[in-house]
Design a protein. Structure first.
Length: 94
């Protein structure tokens, strides 16, 4: 499932940016049948970045849509493993 628009996460995604990014992502996740989220540009982030992704996935699922996360940086993946949510992120190869 590689069709659909790509939403590029910003280089910085911390608590300060989370609400704005979640709003943008949620709007797309509700309307696109397949949405790819490219996380490869993340440079500075905290657990808020994972919360944004989970919120987008929830919004997509509630509207019977698909959201795929690609390019999650190794440090973000490690954080997802610590929180036990790696499987929930529906990671796809780039």
């Amino acid at each position: 499932m590689n069709a659909g628009p790509v939403f590029q996460l910003p280089a910085q995604l911390t608590h300060d940016q989370a609400a704005s990014v979640a709003q943008q992502l949620g709007a797309l996740a509700k309307t696109q049948s397949v949405l790819r989220v490219d996380a490869s540009g993340l440079k500075q982030f905290d657990s808020s970045a994972l919360a944004v992704l989970l919120t987008g996935l929830r919004d997509a699922a509630q509207h019977h849509r698909v959201m795929q996360v690609v390019g999650l940086p190794p440090k973000a993946l490690a954080l997802a493993r610590v929180y036990g949510i790696e499987d929930l992120l529906q990671l796809s190869p780039a």
